[in-house]
Design a binder for this molecule. Structure first.
Ligand code: GBH
Length: 539
């Protein structure tokens, strides 16, 4: 671990004065707020049976399917599904792909299921596109694997790896499905972790920008919608703080400043990549997928309410305040001055307008209470707050799901959407992930497991909350992506948590079996408003 010695001590670093000065500010664009109300009341697609044991009934507008009715209120946004390369592709050693930090993690955890084959999407994407088409899905979010495109991390382009994504995009477009591309969903080339510590080293800014540029050049004429990083809070905190995720570095108390190094480098890499994006894909839209759990004050006390607000600032605003406000949240600045880079006017200019839409991954909520000297998520520093799923009387904030970190709390979704909308002056918002793994579904067998009314109820409740945010809180939600199209490799939970709308039979050649929830959602997909309608106006 020779590179460890080259890291800055204690995360104290004043970045950028020199190198940001060379950077031209990006065009000051910001997503506007035209809500597209023009619903295309398309005849709902009749879903043919896909897979050996698809849901019995084809979805129909007449509810003859026996599925629960969809709410009377209809979504004015476009609705799609989301996935990520390391979770679905498999084919980890094919066509020149190199090892990612999650391949390394998996090799070190043989007790966990392996991502080596997973859904075999790399070979079966045509079949999955047919499923999407059958069920009327018009928007597909996927991620590109850096390890396929530039196996050496910062060396030359691998045409075979890039070719896969080019074919995928062509096939999606031919099927009338809009691709939405995530550049980085946690699968750093291992070689960059070994070479210089990955996101702990500012070299990542140049290397990510190079990788992003290669993908913009290859796909930019066909793909309009993009994001740079998926959930940087998750991979910085869990990858470099708690050590639960790859690359398994620990800095629980923030002594090394790892989490802040990662954070600073992600913001700079995003700004730098978006600068290239504006040049190469002038009509494209881009953002960053940020995840948050809603923080509900555990009591009405002023201290708990302030702690809950602070918790959200540490989790979420710490990423988006630099973009929309050109500075860190005050609460974070006061408590962690050493970990934060100086946001120079040059960096602020590069970040400003770099979110064409606010992309939020939303799942759950916790109660938050004041705790003197309390720490944030691993390595984040003092935040004088703590969180719990239980109220003071012991009651859970919501029903269990299959995931230990996730209770069902639909009412929190509406509050979260409003919180973001109010804080940033009503940006266009996309929910880029929302979904659930049904409790015990890992142990259930076909075909019973396909009758996932639990998931249908989940989407009904969460989507209703989103629509209340639109109609009652004036939030401008224009996109909504279900996590996930397929059951997939759920990181440290392997195949035990099934988030898919389509069941994947790992024991039988990865056979696909659409669940009832997909049939139910297909009636919404049928209402989804075709091409995305994000408008852009100067601020
Ligand atoms: C998303 O993260 C991911 O983007 C996606 O890849 C994933 O499949 C999906 O959700 C479902 O999990 O173990 O207590 O530290 C969701 C947000 C943040 C949830 C980190 C799990 C770790 C909780 N994730 N969190 S803990």
């Amino acid at each position: 671990m020779e590179w460890l010695g080259r890291l800055p001590a204690n995360g104290v670093k004043q970045y950028l004065a020199a190198d940001a000065a060379e950077r031209k500010p990006t065009a000051s664009t910001m997503a506007g707020s035209k809500l597209t109300m023009g619903l295309l009341l398309l005849a709902v697609v009749a879903a043919a049976q896909v897979g050996a044991q698809g849901p019995a009934a084809a979805p129909s507008s007449s509810d003859a399917s026996g599925l629960p009715p969809i709410p009377a209120e209809r979504p004015p946004f476009f609705l799609g599904v989301a996935t990520a390369a390391p979770q679905i592709e498999g084919a980890v050693a094919e066509d020149g792909r190199s090892r990612s930090i999650w391949d390394t993690w998996a090799a070190a955890h043989p007790e966990n299921d392996s991502p080596n084959v997973t859904d075999d999407f790399y070979h079966r994407y045509a079949e999955d596109i047919r499923i999407m088409q059958t069920y009327g899905i018009k928007h597909f979010r996927f991620s590109v694997a850096w390890t396929r495109v530039i196996p050496d991390g910062n060396g030359s382009t691998n045409a075979a790896g890039l070719g896969f994504y080019s074919r995928l995009v062509d096939a999606l477009l031919a099927a009338g499905i809009e691709p939405v591309v995530t550049l980085y969903h946690w699968d750093l080339p291992q070689v960059l972790q070994d070479r210089y510590g990955g996101f702990l080293n500012e070299q990542i800014v140049a290397d990510f920008t190079h990788y992003a540029t290669v993908v913009f050049e290859a796909l930019g004429s066909r793909v309009t919608y993009w994001s740079t990083f998926n959930e940087p809070a998750t991979f910085c905190v869990s990858g470099y703080g708690s050590g639960w995720h790859a690359p398994s570095l620990r800095d629980q108390q923030g002594e090394q400043g790892y989490v802040w190094e990662c954070h600073n480098n992600v913001l700079r890499a995003h700004a730098s990549a978006v600068r290239e994006f504006r040049r190469l894909v002038p009509n494209g839209k881009i953002g960053m997928n940020l995840a948050v759990q809603w923080s509900e004050p555990r009591s009405d006390s002023e201290a708990d309410r302030a702690a809950a607000e602070r918790h959200m600032e540490f989790e979420l605003a710490v990423w988006s305040d630099p973009v929309y406000r050109g500075d860190w949240p005050a609460s974070v600045k006061e408590r962690n001055p050493r970990g934060l880079m100086t946001i120079t006017p040059e960096l602020a200019a590069a970040l400003r307008g770099s979110f064409d839409m606010y992309m939020l991954n939303f799942y759950t909520a916790k109660y938050v209470y004041y705790l003197s000297g309390g720490w944030g998520m691993a390595g984040q520093g003092v935040i004088d707050a703590a969180d719990t799923f239980n109220a003071t009387n012991g009651a859970s904030i919501g029903p269990e799901t299959a995931s230990s970190w996730f209770k069902e709390v639909p009412w929190a979704f509406r509050k979260q959407l409003k919180w973001v909308s109010d804080r940033y002056n009503r940006p266009v918002m996309w929910v880029t992930e929302n979904g659930v793994a049904v409790p015990d579904s890992a142990n259930e067998l076909l075909p019973g497991v396909l009758n996932d009314t639990y998931r249908i109820n989940f989407y009904r409740d969460y989507m209703q909350a989103a629509m209340a945010a639109i109609s009652q809180d004036n939030v401008d939600i224009q996109g909504y992506f279900c996590w996930s199209l397929l059951d997939n490799w759920e990181w440290t939970s392997g195949f035990k948590e099934r988030f898919g709308l389509v069941y994947v039979d790992y024991a039988n050649n990865q056979a696909r079996h659409p669940k009832q929830s997909l049939a139910w959602l297909s009636r919404w997909f049928g209402l989804s408003s075709g091409a995305a309608q994000v408008s852009t106006q100067s601020i």
